[in-house]
Design a protein around this ligand. Structure first.
Ligand SMILES: [Fe+2]
Length: 366
């Protein structure tokens, strides 16, 4: 299995993971002739798909949670947001069941290396992002040795951390260009509005609610809404701040393409101490595959290949299935175990091969 952009689809490729849109099945795993669906997928805002072909046969892309859990969480979150918008009572029961499914999956697979993020349509971002943020936050919590009851509280707050955004002007939320000062001030309100609104969810604990209020605070006190140094805030807020930004970086947005895991990890490290808690960043990045399974990389001998497997504790040196020579001609695939072939290094990864896909720097309003 590997991830390809729609522009790279070829007739021999088979869809390896079903595609859902608004909780409905759009294309079922196993479908061939994917090129004929590419325009329809683009219209839905989907740019990448998981495929199986002869080059990627046998390559597995592990996911921290199962597809069923991910789907169930998105459905529950969609319902919660609808209830929230309609100002009806928000059912925390179902939300708890969804969070417990995530926790079960994480506990069943505690050493998983996070490969690729969930692929979703751009306008489904709220759902895919909230679920992925919760998964990353709970992976950090598990590595920190949290008890289950604390993981449940953290998970509930993480899943609802951006709930305040539904109370904002959707034109500003979905704006493709850079926000002006006034628009940014408007976006900042999602923290306090979300926190106040979550007070109406009687079964939600205050510990869960504060995540909504404080997830944009920074270690240096230059965050919002209160400017309290994050070191003085509850660890829940510091964990979700990291999970939130990591997932935003590796996701496609309406105004920029996704970053690679490598670029996103570098961003977290560069901004540690000023923006993020370095101790918590180091916990998360140990669980992230820098060159994820299924992604294309260029090696120092200028051949290209697909990452097949991770070498534990050596994230920069995975096992790569080489598929083209240095003139970009297809060749009979062979494997390079970079832990044995020490002179070989990775010089580019798929998403970094087109740096111009990154427009502007990442900004705090994400
Ligand atoms: Fe936020």
């Amino acid at each position: 299995m590997r991830l390809v952009s729609l522009s790279m689809l070829k007739s021999e490729m088979v869809l390896a993971k079903s595609i859902y849109y608004r909780d409905c099945l759009v294309l079922k795993e196993g479908i061939c002739d994917l090129e004929r669906y590419s325009n329809s997928l683009r219209r839905l805002g989907i740019d990448y798909v998981y495929i199986e072909d002869s080059k990627s046969y046998g390559i597995e892309i592990p996911d921290a949670i199962s597809e069923e859990t991910r789907l169930m969480c998105k459905q529950v979150l969609r319902q919660t947001i609808e209830d929230f918008a309609a100002k009806t009572v928000v059912d925390i029961q179902e939300l708890s069941a969804a969070i417990n499914s995530i926790i079960d999956d994480i506990l069943a697979n505690p050493d998983i290396q996070i490969s690729l993020n969930d692929i979703g349509a751009v306008d489904e971002y709220t759902f895919t992002h909230s679920v992925s943020t919760t998964v990353y936050a709970l992976i950090i919590a598990n590595k920190l040795g949290y008890q289950r009851s604390m993981m449940e509280k953290l998970g509930a707050g993480a899943l609802l951390h951006d709930m305040g955004k539904i109370l904002l002007d959707s034109k500003v939320i979905n704006k493709a260009g850079k926000l002006n000062e006034e628009e940014f001030e408007h976006i900042k309100k999602h923290t306090t509005l979300g926190y106040e609104a979550l007070k109406k969810c009687v079964n939600l604990t205050e510990l869960s609610r504060i995540i909504s209020l404080y997830h944009h605070e920074r270690m240096d006190g230059k965050g919002y809404p209160t400017g309290t140094p994050a070191a003085e805030l509850h660890e829940f807020a510091r964990i979700v701040a990291i999970a939130d930004v990591y997932d935003a970086l590796v996701s496609d947005r309406c105004y920029r393409r996704k970053w690679s895991s490598n670029q996103a990890v570098n961003y977290l490290v560069e901004h540690s101490e000023t923006q993020f808690d370095l101790k918590l960043v180091s916990v998360l990045i140990k669980q992230i595959a820098i060159y994820p399974n299924g992604s294309m990389v260029r090696l120092s001998d200028h051949t290209t290949g697909i990452v097949k497997e991770q070498n534990k504790n050596f994230p920069l040196r995975p096992i790569v299935r080489v598929v083209t020579d240095k003139w970009d001609q297809e060749i009979a695939p062979y494997e390079v175990d970079m832990l044995k072939e020490l002179s070989v290094t990775i010089i580019e990864s798929e998403l970094e091969m087109s740096w111009d896909n990154i427009t502007g720097s990442f900004v705090a309003e994400e």
